[in-house]
Design a protein around this ligand. Sequence first.
Ligand SMILES: [Zn+2]
Ligand SMILES: [Zn+2]
Length: 320
Amino acid sequence: MKAIRIENGELNVADVATPTPPDGEVLIRPTLLGVCSTDLELLKGYGGFSGTLGHEFVGVVEDGPDDWRGKRVVGEINCVCKRCDMCTSGLSNHCRRRTVLGIVKRDGCFAERFTLPAINLHAVADSISDEAAVFTEPLAAAYQITQQVKLEARDQVAVLGTGRLGLLIAFVLSKTGCGLTAVGRNDKTLSLLDRRGIRTARVNELDAKASFDVVIDATGSAAGLEKAIELVRPRGTLVMKTTCADRHQVNLMNLVVNEITVVGSRCGPFAEALRALARQDFDVTELISARMPLTEAPAAFERAAASDTIKVLLTPPGAA
Ligand SMILES: [Zn+2]
Ligand SMILES: [Zn+2]
């Protein structure tokens, strides 16, 4: 079968054996896959990953326990031991021995088949299309912010960065009732937010004294993180939402001077994301810029890295 792999720092369309699911795991045939900024960062060397890429998918269980076989699913990406101190204290996403689908020591979903523990699976309601369900993982990551930071109506909140993840974060936070401003520099994504009634600002047009109670950094760049720190009011909160290979030489001084609370934020609640998709709270499919064959992954990655691209989806061979 075909798989999209990073080998020696290079992206390859490889022929590999179909995996056999170990005990407790299922074999999944993905029907639609999402390219995430993390995939692009992994290709640049973030995390030193080698193996099959990919962690955003919707698919069908082909082999595994009877209660899952034939079901349409999405899946959580952290594969955990259930025994370590983090797992036994309810923080299994931080399992000391975890592997992470297509990110840490585990082959990902950019392949014709892949395996995942059955406990990671969530069934997808028939009312949710594949094109929407493939957004579950990044949408869950956006919801994680609402679980970590209590946002009140009086809070002025800025999302800095209106890329694939920043947009989803803006959608989610727009439903919380906080005073939200999405700050970016891309006309296309800013107007997409404007059309949904979300207040926007261009980063270079922000008032020099602009300051927010909570700032979410979704820029994926060192310069963006510095700008985010600058925008937090004294004693305010900075939420860091992006992993990125290039984070050296960020000036952290203002974190101290302004006594800023820093919240790192990663994976989030799948159930909540699936409920939002079933309610059709927001039309995530409007974010799809391109849909390309899995075997054209190198071109798809180039497309995903372009500044005018939001989401690139990959279609495995044989999937409709
Ligand atoms: Zn991702
Ligand atoms: Zn563990």
